[in-house]
Design a protein around this ligand. Structure first.
Ligand SMILES: [Zn+2]
Length: 197
């Protein structure tokens, strides 16, 4: 019995932001009521409905094609660092007409994030093959983000118009962490940047 608790708590603590006390609260939540427990099964089943696109590295439903890659407009490309950011962007008209590529976080040797496991090498290869006219990097201002930007610039020198959009995201980890007020400001500053370009 004690083993079961330990195993469950260990599994829960693998989730981001879940430490020892949150894992105890969650275990209590799931154990108290069989209905709540069904939420976990539903989530597990739902996760099998996602499929990662081999080109853009975003997720789409297993039953359909990747709508992001079906987009014909590849003149403007946006690079994000979290698949959830794509969901965030698709809720706003402003982003809808552009094609996205998704990095698996920023390159960081310290965290074991290499050019390969962040998909950076793959994205660089694709951008070299069909260089977009404009490339927007929706990154933050962290050291890792700046290093990732440097690697992109170094490897795809044929793209002259690369826009770094870090000023509003600042140190926030990803776009979906923006508040609605930050988000409106972000879209406005991005829109100004695009109009100037
Ligand atoms: Zn795709």
């Amino acid at each position: 019995m004690f083993d079961l608790y330990t195993q469950a708590l260990t599994l829960l603590q693998r989730w981001p932001g879940i430490g020892p006390s949150a894992s105890h609260r969650l275990l209590e939540f799931f154990l108290q009521d069989a209905q709540k427990n069904k939420t976990l099964h539903k989530l597990g089943n739902l996760m099998t409905s996602f499929k990662q696109c081999q080109k853009c590295h975003l997720y789409h439903a297993v039953t359909s094609e990747c709508t992001n890659c079906l987009q014909s407009n590849t003149t403007t490309i946006m690079i994000i660092t979290s698949p959830v950011d794509y969901f965030f962007c698709q809720q706003h008209h402003f982003f809808k007409k552009h094609r996205f590529f998704c990095l698996n976080g920023y390159v960081s040797p310290h965290q074991g994030k290499t050019l390969d496991n962040t998909n950076l090498n793959d994205i660089i290869d694709q951008l070299k093959y069909i260089p977009p006219q404009k490339l927007y990097l929706l990154f933050n201002q962290s050291l890792e983000a700046r290093a990732t930007t440097w690697l992109l610039r170094k490897n795809i020198s044929e793209i002259h118009q690369i826009y770094e959009c870090a000023s509003l995201l600042r140190e926030k980890e990803a776009l979906h962490y923006l508040t609605s007020h930050d988000r409106d400001q972000y879209i406005e500053s991005l829109s100004n940047l695009m109009n100037q370009a």
